[in-house]
Ligand binder design. Structure first.
Ligand SMILES: [Zn+2]
Length: 167
């Protein structure tokens, strides 16, 4: 549990950082003085040792958002524009209107050789998902390589494997 202090009266309240993606802004109301205030979830609030990231998406900064890094985990990683109550478990905090709230999906799984695979598909989305500037068809399943470039809306992301595994 993470403890935060009310900026007005200093009373403490706690929240479970594991429940929220890094970068999410949480709004609290102080039980003591009723002031509402915002807290941004930091990487240190979400322990990584329990659930190691298997790869990352580096979202390149543009006029809609700051740079951000999205960890990818085993199973389906649903990528889209963050909205309150989002069904995406790997959302991007952005105002880019051309990114759907569920835009594309990266499935992390093991193949028959027990090697990790990272499979990209369109959700489907309204504006499409691009892999190295080629739009995906609905049936396309792309096996992502390190440094693959994915573009959704006006936003580009670089897929990368953890660097310590590259040796
Ligand atoms: Zn207070």
């Amino acid at each position: 549990m993470k403890r935060v202090a009310c900026p007005k009266c200093g009373a403490y309240l706690t929240f479970d950082g594991n429940k929220y993606p890094v970068g999410r802004i949480l709004v609290f109301e102080c039980a003591a003085c009723k002031k509402s205030f915002k807290v941004r979830v930091k990487p240190s609030d979400t322990p990584t040792e329990a659930k190691p990231a298997l790869a990352y998406l580096s979202v390149i900064e543009n006029s809609f958002h700051n740079q951000q890094v999205i960890p990818l985990y085993m199973g389906e990683n649903i990528i889209g524009r963050y909205v309150k109550g989002t069904p995406a478990n790997a959302p991007i905090v952005t105002t880019d209107p051309s990114i759907d709230t569920t835009h594309c999906i990266i499935t992390v799984k093991r193949n028959k050789k027990q090697e990790l695979c990272f499979i990209l598909r369109d959700a489907p989305s309204n504006t499409g998902t691009f892999y190295h500037d080629t739009i995906l068809k609905d049936a396309d399943r792309i096996n992502l390589e390190d440094d693959a470039i994915i573009t959704i809306g006006a936003t580009s992301m670089i897929f990368s494997l953890p660097k310590e595994k590259e040796e």
